[in-house]
Design a protein around this ligand. Sequence first.
Ligand code: A4P
Ligand code: MG
Length: 186
Amino acid sequence: MRHWTGRRRRGREREDRGARGEKKRAPHTLRNVAAKRAYIGLGANLGDRRAALDAALAALGARPDIEVVAISRVRETDPWGPVEQPRFLNAAAAVATTLSPRELLDALLAVERELGRTREGPRWGPRTIDLDLLLYGDAQIDEPGLTVPHPRLAERLFVLEPLLDLDPSLVVPGAGNVESLLARLQ
Ligand code: A4P
Ligand code: MG
């Protein structure tokens, strides 16, 4: 698992962009079952934010059906949305998984609960940990309780920048590549 969060490694991370060749690798298998590539968004703005991100990644990676393949830089970001609240730490992770999109979302919600997330308070308000299913392969899903790509992904710098860290040529199905979505916001 690569980890590019350390300040020390940032310069090298930039140089590595474009040369990582993640896509050229053989498809992942978990327990010999072909795995899908998905992207998870992580955010925290209450308590020990960094510990919450690390604990969430550890809990996901501990499952036999999820492999955390790469983690973006961790950024401190201004709160997005109408609620006045503390700054967030945000990151994204690329995972290989044998779970379906629905099962993967359930796994994310289970980890949120495990880490003490409650759903009190306003929508878009502060939270100890928030895990969003951003992308699942090239799937476009719009079902009760499950929308993929994440519906507000293209409006959020704090999501697009970490995705670009993970794969500079990443495409959001139905919306275009991450680089051009980011350019629209800047
Ligand atoms: N749900 C459906 N599709 C998905 C999906 N693809 N990923 C359902 C995750 N959840 C999905 O989620 C509510 C329900 O949406 C879930 O139970 C699931 O069944 P939620 O996490 O409470 O989020 P929400 O309130 O619906 O909205 P959203 O847009 O996910 O908000 P966030 O991302 O939780 O917003 N500012 C900064 N800088 N950084 C942040 O991380 N986060 C928020 C919270 C506001 N401002 C922020 C940040
Ligand atoms: Mg969320």
